[in-house]
Design a protein around this ligand. Sequence first.
Ligand code: HEM
Ligand SMILES: CC(C)=CCC/C(C)=C/CC/C(C)=C/COP(=O)(O)OP(=O)(O)O
Length: 309
Amino acid sequence: MALTIDKKAIQPINTLPLITRSYNLLQDYLAISKFKVVAMLVLTAWVGLALAPDVGRGMGVQFISLLGIGLLSAAAAVINHVVDSEIDSKMARTRHRPVAKGRLSKAHALSFAAIIGVAGFIMLMLWANTLTAILTLFALVGYAFVYTSFLKRATPQNIVIGGLAGAMPPLLGWVSETGQMAAAPWLLVMIIFTWTPPHFWALAIARKSDYARAKIPMLPVTHGIDFSKTCVVAYSVLLAIVCIFPYLIGMSGLIYLIGASGLNAVFIYKAIKLKLAANDDTAMDLFRFSIIHLMVLFIILFIDKWLLL
Ligand code: HEM
Ligand SMILES: CC(C)=CCC/C(C)=C/CC/C(C)=C/COP(=O)(O)OP(=O)(O)O
């Protein structure tokens, strides 16, 4: 019997689907790692590290320390996506997330978290010190388990208490240099700690119906939008006061004081506008500005210390 070959059936090995799949997987990994948030956390850790007394550690070791902090933060974010997948699937803002949507299984995401988390912890143990590794692990547990599994569902003060975990990186950066706690980096922690409530409540005001649908007791859901706006104004004033302390204790100079005061004046202005004269975009405008505010504030802290003194 003659063998006939259907030429159309012979396809060149097509690598495109493989490349596309790898690209999509990478995108999903970045999404569940909260890549942009982690980038900001690493920035604040870097400034904490840069403001610490110079102990002559090389830049390579400092880089690995920051990478370790970033990997453990990303692991915490991945666990947050797994624990919150049911909630995320109920909210318009989060329902397309990889785990909520079912594109990544919980086991897959948790394996990814375990790999990057263990890698980050080992980096900190080997290239920073045990204290940094343990404090970073506490921050991971604080965010991924205490905040996500418990506080978020339990009380409208969830993000005030849980905010401490996300505020820790400047201290982690400092301790990775010195191996010891000190009062000065706690001041930077306090800045992020007081920044977090207005950062988040601005978004929660705009997304109140999302949180109500998912039955999450965020402040605008439990206490109403008007009261939440008052809290945003109060915290923005508190933030401006806390931001003066690095100057008062001689940790930062005039460049910092002027820069921070300008940023905080805009923050307070936008918070008051939200309270007294809001339109549809005012809350999201404040949320977006809060991110620029913190980023520029920490860059100014660095410039003030290293480039202009
Ligand atoms: C408990 C504390 C915090 C809560 C509840 C919170 C909440 C949120 C939420 C809900 C978003 C929106 C994410 C999205 O659009 O999918 C967000 C965005 C963001 N947050 Fe926070 N946040 C907290 C702490 C922090 C901290 C400590 C930092 C950095 C130091 C930070 C930096 C950012 C950045 C950079 C974004 C923008 C991310 C993007 O555009 O994808 N947040 N935050
Ligand atoms: C080791 C270390 C420093 C850990 C901190 C890790 C970390 C990623 C902190 C950021 C806090 C954050 C984005 C909270 C939002 O969670 P959410 O669940 O309220 O927001 P969502 O609805 O957008 O998921």
